[in-house]
Design a protein around this ligand. Structure first.
Ligand code: PLP
Length: 379
């Protein structure tokens, strides 16, 4: 048997990781600036996470949520210490898409409305609910018809949002910085404007921080702007590599979610929770976020200073970065891999960087050198 060919083939097999580096089956070392699509935020084989996983695996890997679990309680305590106090309730899933799926369901049941507003270029995952909120036709069309009631409006445009809001809309779902859509940072005030319009129309705000979470120079991209969503989705880096997604809500939303109306067998198991708690305790150190901000700004300044004619734009925040080219990104990404640096696309002409928050300046420079070299040789 072999896998259904759903993914691009990068042509190497990964066998080991340590810090910001990965090794393939031929023993070749790569600087990892993509961390499995933004998952390994603390790098590979981080001692605190490995230790937490090993200790928990040795005593109990599964405890269904109808039972208590000290590991789950510990994770919840670590997360609560980082999140805004208004977000008091949590439910568990195993991926980003599941966190979004739950958010959409809770928004409907809490408001008694069915409409969802998402944005052009949005990416929220591939399960049917999340897919309906995802914008790109190439993901949606093969599986049509989509869930009813979802509209897309231009990103970073409050007038278009205002026009889409009426009393049928349960929620607006937003990535505070679009990730898969090409690392698009909206203007300051956009999130605040969404919050105000949601409040005016009785719609909930769903913050999808699955990609932005913990990597934009602050724990959350929403709260950096003083915006607290009614429902927050987190996943990817939250357990530094183990599959965990969470949907966090206000008390008001949670009160209206009927008991037994949602769940998943593996969700919130002690093994992923132990990894999650260990990850969050490392990420509670604010100096890491300050450093992420500094390194991200330095990267952007350096690329701009090079004034490369092939580069259209460099953008991002913290360690969520993109270089948009005037030519296709894939050959450049391939040439970077040949030079021992792994990055990922963010659209056909965009090279995306989602490195570990523990990356050092000289590793960022090494990545930049490979980028410049690859831009010159790739055709
Ligand atoms: N939401 C955002 C913003 C994402 O970036 C992603 C994945 O890239 C998802 C949701 C879906 O997460 P998953 O692939 O874990 O289902």
């Amino acid at each position: 048997m072999s896998p259904i060919p759903l993914h691009a083939d990068r042509g190497i097999s990964l066998v080991r990781g340590e810090g910001c580096y990965l090794w393939d089956s031929e023993g070749r070392r790569y600087l990892d600036l993509m961390t499995n699509y933004g998952v390994n935020l603390l790098g590979h084989a981080h001692p605190a996470i490995t230790d937490a996983i090993q200790k928990q695996a040795a005593i109990l890997t599964n405890a269904h949520q109808s039972f208590g679990s000290p590991a789950r309680d510990d994770f919840i305590e670590a997360l609560a210490a980082i999140l805004p106090p208004a977000l008091t309730r949590i439910s568990f899933g195993n991926s980003g898409a599941e966190a979004v799926e739950a958010a959409l369901k809770y928004a409907r049941v809490a408001t008694g409305r069915t409409g969802i507003v998402a944005t052009h270029r949005a990416y929220h995952g591939r399960t049917f609910g999340a897919l309906a909120a995802t914008a790109d036709a190439k993901y949606r069309e093969p599986f049509a018809p989509m869930l009813e009631g979802v509209r897309h409006v231009p990103f970073d445009n409050l007038d278009a949002l205002e026009q889409a809001l009426d009393d049928s809309i349960a929620a607006v779902i937003i990535e505070p910085i679009q990730g898969e859509g090409g690392v698009r940072v909206p203007n300051d005030g956009y999130l605040q404007g969404i919050r105000e319009r949601c409040d005016a129309h009785g719609a909930l705000l769903i913050g999808d921080e699955i990609q932005t979470g913990f990597r934009t120079g602050a724990p959350l991209a929403c709260t950096r702007e003083g915006v607290v969503p009614d429902i927050l989705c987190l996943s990817k880096s939250i357990a530094n590599g183990l599959p965990l997604g969470v949907t966090v809500t206000t008390e008001a939303v949670s009160e209206r979610v009927p008991k037994g109306s949602h769940g998943s067998t593996f969700a919130g198991n002690p093994l992923v929770c132990a990894a999650g708690a260990a990850t969050l305790r490392v990420l509670a150190d604010e100096a890491l976020h300050d450093e992420a901000r500094r390194l991200g700004e330095r990267f952007q300044q350096r690329v701009r200073a090079l004034n490369l004619p092939q580069v259209r734009e460099v953008r991002g925040r913290g360690l969520m970065l993109a270089v948009e080219l005037k030519k296709p990104a894939t050959p450049v990404i391939k040439a970077m891999q040949e030079r021992g640096v792994l990055v990922l696309p963010g659209g056909s002409t965009v090279i995306r960087f989602l490195p570990s928050i523990l990356i050092e300046s000289d590793e960022v420079d090494q990545g930049l050198e490979a980028l410049v070299d690859a831009i010159h040789v790739a055709r």
